[in-house]
Design a protein around this ligand. Structure first.
Ligand SMILES: Nc1ncnc2c1ncn2[C@@H]1O[C@H](COP(=O)(O)OP(=O)(O)OP(=O)(O)O)[C@@H](O)[C@H]1O
Length: 271
């Protein structure tokens, strides 16, 4: 299943954040979205997640316009797309309950009843998909630990396992490793690769160019709401077609023009 946006525009109030952006993620591929802060990466992920409707343009599932579908059909697609946010937001319960959360909200009422009864008499054990998702992030031994007692890196890995446990077609990850140390970053990148190898299409918004180089099948460079260039990482790093891409990868374009216009300029020394 290919999830795509075509010529989308999106903004807030009177301002346009994304302009004519087109991007697709195919099964079993990792697409990274890179770009300066405030450039629209999260907004793009939220459009792909169908959390919001574009002001213009199309969000499509295998070519079919998601926003032209009936509500229940759109919900069916939304359930095949899972998102991991920068902050893991786990709840006060064992790790396995956090990971099975998405499965529980999707299960039919008969199964829910059976599971609740099993929990009541103490005979339930975590579903195989929950254990398998925890194995993917290297946390199977923490299955019964309270999620709020985990380190930040472990919590983010649990959030990834929760998103993976529902067997999504597409995963959208918003800066998933920005607060993590190298060890947890490596474990999460390994989990991303394993999801991809299972056929999941993955979109990762990241500030980390080394990460983009390591995990991308394709990179998309977003600058001030415009998708400047997409391509395999070696092309963007070694032979970019747009001067802005080269400047960004050289570390010059750290802040988008829109963001810069908000930051007070330091007064000049001379009159
Ligand atoms: N709910 C909102 N209301 C108003 N403006 C918003 C809202 N969400 C985002 N914006 C603005 O849209 C622009 C793009 O934001 P977005 O979060 O998509 O950028 P980003 O590339 O993900 O940034 P970062 O890398 O810093 O997370 C920013 O100027 C931001 O202030």
């Amino acid at each position: 299943m290919t999830l795509s946006v075509t010529d989308v525009n999106a903004g807030f109030g009177g301002s346009t954040v994304l302009r004519n952006v087109s991007l697709a993620v195919d099964p079993g591929k990792v697409v990274t979205v890179v770009g300066p802060s405030g450039t629209g990466k999260t907004t793009l992920l939220r459009l792909l997640a169908t959390f919001r409707r574009p002001d213009d343009g199309t969000v499509a599932w295998d070519g079919d316009d998601i926003w032209a579908m009936a509500d229940d059909e759109r919900l069916g697609i939304r359930r095949q797309v899972s998102m991991v946010f920068q902050e893991p937001s786990l709840f006060n319960a064992p790790v396995h309950r956090n990971v099975s959360y998405g499965l529980r909200v999707r299960e039919p009422w008969q199964a829910r009843l059976r599971r609740s009864f099993g929990e009541l008499v103490g005979s339930s054990r975590p579903a195989d998909t929950v254990v398998s998702a925890l194995e993917t992030v290297g946390l199977v031994e923490s299955v019964d630990q309270n999620a709020l007692s985990l380190s930040g890196g472990e919590a983010q890995r649990v959030a990834f396992a929760r998103a993976l446990a529902v067997d999504p077609a597409v995963m959208l990850l918003d800066e998933p490793t920005s607060n993590l140390d190298p060890h947890n970053t490596a474990l999460l990148e390994n989990a991303i690769e394993r999801a991809r190898d299972r056929g999941v299409g993955v979109v990762v918004a990241t500030h980390d160019m080394h990460q983009a180089k390591r995990i991308s099948d394709r990179m998309a460079f977003l600058h001030d709401g415009e998708l400047v260039e997409t391509g395999p990482p070696e092309q963007l790093f070694e032979d970019p077609t747009d001067a802005r891409t080269a400047r960004f990868l050289d570390g010059e374009l750290l802040v988008g023009d829109r963001e810069r216009s908000r930051v007070p300029q330091s007064p000049t020394a001379d009159p």
